[in-house]
Design a protein around this ligand. Sequence first.
Ligand SMILES: [Zn+2]
Length: 386
Amino acid sequence: MITLIHGASHIIGGRLDNPVLDGDSVLIEDGVTSKVGFWSELDSENVDTTIDVKGAVISPGLIDPHTHPVLGDFTPRQNTLGWISSHLNGGVTTLISAGETHWPGRQRTPIGAKSIAMAAAQSSLDLRPGGAKLHGGALLIEPGITSSDFDEMVEAGVHLVGEVGLGSSIDPEKIRGPIEKARSRGWVIPMHVGGASVPGSHVVGSDLVLALKPDVICHANGGPTARPFEEILECILQTEAAIEVVQAGNTLALVKIVEYLNQNGLLARLQFGTDSPSGTGILPLGILRTIAYATAFGGVDPASALCCATGEVAARYHLDVGVIEAGRAADLVILDVPKGGQGTTALDSFARGDIPSVAMVLVDGEILVHPSRVTPPPANAPQISG
Ligand SMILES: [Zn+2]
């Protein structure tokens, strides 16, 4: 099966060292990108399907590294079915669990944490909830989790740690051991930073960040309550961690953080998440909205912001998605100016604070969304032939 997508104004590569690729077309063979370039130069014989995107932007599918799934496409936090499908309609093709925090009856014990991570990982091995790729089953660290617990979890497919700080203890001496066991297996360590999120959760400030040096400072702008900017700055300056901002946080802190990272050449550390489902709700447009905030308020170049939401975050989490490159999965989102919007391209829309239209989403080369049910329609709908 060969698909040719042509007519793009820009193709976003996904990495900050080369945000915009040369070309207007992407050729896909059996779900995998085979060539990127100009239509006139691509061999378009034997193409089964041709898609003219009429000046839209082709981006790698967005990645939401901060989600709290439970099982499949159901969330008990907001009693909602189909939230991941809505995320896919918002351009998100990959979701990463930051911990199954909303699991009903979650036990904050070693066996509780381990068994929830294993069950959630098992259920997302072959399942594509709503059509998206879900990396579920993120261990919420508890004091007392042993090396043999880790061996068992690896066997069950667990490869993620959830937000440190959402377990029973935030005493660095009690949780350092299990964190180091996870780190030695190459697992990324994210930490919940900010005020308490829901009843029963902790306040985590820069003292715990500096004591445990996580790889990702989750919702540096608060989930939903932010710590003072001086404390956030301390975390930025005294660690090398990725700095995440989320839609379900403090908007003023988001702007200050993004501005600081952008002005100081630290965009490679910027990460966007939604933290959904949360008390704020499910946020199908959370990643697109946060990119619009980062560009319109924080001054980030829109193409670079898309890289922060795709290839940069995939590299951080060792995932084989997030870039448009020969040999990689064709997980793509086609973004256009929303109907009635200003500007000439979707990149322009972001810079003006608009949410672009999701005109189409492909996962492994298959068209799953056309057009999105949660964004405005595109100014120019893609035309499919063949
Ligand atoms: Zn959190």
